[in-house]
Each structure stands twice: as structure tokens, then as C-alpha cells.
Design a protein around this ligand. Structure first.
Ligand code: NAP
Length: 246
């Protein structure tokens, strides 16, 4: 039986992990919630770079790595490919298709934080939805701006910023109410893809708001790539999924 290492930290990865038996391992960086109701083994924390991961694959006799990390978690994805090459095991990946702009969208692409801040200059009330990075820049908020930062963890308000601690999925009605209440004039986002956090884009379109979109990092090629959880689960060896004996 081929032992699997599933690299997670996303809702999609958790869906896959729920289908794995005890022979397999679900790995988390340790930033978010650690599930305690899975049949598979769960490990938490880094491996020590690509070399550490390669050593882990050999020591644990892993037969395939499944990278289901977030599309912006580029380091672990690169490490996975490098480690699999060293350990001579296949690397599979769940790569969620990026969101595509639709009629009525006004997306402004940014390659990094500096480009993002430059694109933000004309606006007054941005909603940031790209994780904790804005926290490192709260001292740099220009006097004409008030930032709302939505992320997993809470953080004290400042005179010109507020953190909304929240975990997706977010509903269309919920996003409509939030946007109306807070009068955002721009949204700052990663292009995460998937349905869980897409409603903000629909509300931005409805309200005619621009979206400053941080470009996706380029990820290395893998042996097999899947666009959906269902496609990936279909491809798993029969004995991996759902069978409590595995
Ligand atoms: P990253 O920059 O690609 O990885 C940083 C380091 O964290 C890796 O080198 C690795 O440490 C460790 N790591 C990451 N994912 C791991 C996993 N599943 N199991 C064990 N170690 C892991 O990642 P990141 O952007 O900080 O994201 C960290 C985690 O949060 C990922 O699991 C990702 O799926 C999740 N996440 C990220 C985002 C995002 O926007 N970046 C959004 C939602 C969820 P070692 O080098 O020591 O092995």
C-alpha cells in the first residue's frame, strides 16, 4: 500500500484528509486549527526545508506527496517538488484555478507589496483580504486612509485600522451587509480561486469597486495536477480513500 503525505492548510486539503485512512499523514504548518477528528495521522510544523522534507519522506516510507497547500504558499510547494525528486517519489498537487475577471470587474494587478500600496494611493477605505501581511505596515497608513484587515486572528484596532477576525467561507449576503456598513471603496485580494471567499468579488462588481489583485506566485511543475478535490480523490489508489483499515 502506498503511504501518502498530504500537505495541507486549506479547506480543500481538509476535505481530502477526511477521506484518508490511518496509514496516511496529513501535515500542517501549525498556523491554524488542527483537526482532532481525522482517521489519518496528523503532524504539525515545518520539516526543515526541502532537505528536511526529503529525509522525512525516506524515514516515513512515503510513496506519494500530495500538495494541497494554498496557491500563495510557494515555499512549501517548491520544497515538496525538490524533496520528491530527491526521494524519488511522485509529487501530485491540487492547484485551484485562479478567478478570472468578469464583465464589470475593475481589477488592478500588483506583483508585490510596493505595487499594491502604489495602486491603493487614490483610495480611502480599503478592505484587505490577503492575510496578516498588512499588520507589518500599520504604521505606514497614509493620513487619508482607514484600513480594514480581515484575517484569521484578532489584533487591536489602531487610529487608522481595524482587524476583522473571521474565517471563511463568506456568504454573498454577509459580504453585501459588510460592504454596505463599512463603505469600502476598494478590495485588496489574493487570487485564491475556489468558492469560499469569492463572494467579495461579486459584491465589488455590484458596487462598482476596484479590486487590487496580488498576482499568483509561479509554482513548480508536478507529476500530476488536479483542479478539484473530486478529481484528486478519484485518482487516489482505491485502498487510500475511506477504508478505515488504511
Ligand atoms: P510557505 O511560505 O510556502 O511555507 C513556509 C514554511 O512553512 C515552509 O517552508 C514549511 O516549513 C512550513 N509549511 C508550510 N506548509 C506546511 C505544511 N502543510 N506542513 C508542514 N510545514 C509546512 O507557506 P505560507 O504561505 O506561510 O502558508 C503556511 C500554511 O498556511 C500553508 O500550509 C498554507 O496552505 C496555509 N495557507 C496559506 C495562505 C497564504 O495566503 N499563503 C492562505 C491560506 C492558508 P519548512 O521549510 O520548515 O518545512
Amino acid at each position: 500500500m502506498m503511504r501518502m503525505l498530504l500537505l495541507g492548510g486549506t479547506g480543500d486539503a481538509l476535505k481530502i484528509a477526511r477521506q484518508l485512512g490511518p496509514a496516511h499523514v496529513y501535515s500542517l504548518a501549525g498556523l491554524g486549527k488542527v483537526p482532532d477528528d481525522l482517521k489519518c495521522a496528523v503532524r504539525v510544523g515545518g520539516f526543515g526545508g526541502g532537505e528536511g522534507l526529503a529525509r522525512y519522506l525516506a524515514a516515513e516510507r512515503i510513496g506519494v506527496v500530495i500538495d494541497a497547500t494554498h496557491p500563495y504558499a510557494a515555499q512549501i510547494s517548491a520544497n515538496a517538488v525538490a524533496a520528491c525528486r530527491v526521494a524519488k517519489v511522485p509529487c501530485w498537487a491540487l492547484r485551484r484555478p485562479a478567478w478570472q475577471p468578469q464583465a464589470g470587474d475593475d481589477w488592478r494587478m500588483a506583483g508585490d507589496w510596493n505595487e499594491l500600496i502604489a495602486a491603493l494611493a487614490p483610495f480611502r477605505r480599503p478592505l484587505f483580504t490577503l492575510g496578516r501581511e498588512p499588520l507589518a505596515h500599520l504604521d505606514e497608513i497614509p493620513p487619508h486612509q482607514f484600513w480594514t484587515v480581515r484575517m484569521l486572528d484578532s489584533h487591536p484596532d489602531t487610529a487608522r485600522s481595524r482587524v476583522l477576525a473571521a474565517r471563511g467561507p463568506f456568504t454573498l449576503d454577509g459580504e453585501r451587509a459588510l460592504f454596505a456598513l463599512q463603505a469600502f471603496d476598494v478590495v485588496v485580494s489574493k487570487n485564491s480561486g475556489g468558492g469560499a471567499t469569492e463572494a467579495k468579488l461579486e459584491v465589488a462588481r455590484e458596487r462598482g469597486l476596484p479590486v487590487i489583485m496580488l498576482r499568483r506566485p509561479v509554482l513548480p511543475g508536478v507529476d500530476r495536477e488536479f483542479a478539484t478535490v473530486a478529481d484528486l480523490l478519484d485518482a487516489l489508489p482505491g485502498q487510500a480513500a475511506a477504508d478505515p483499515a488504511n
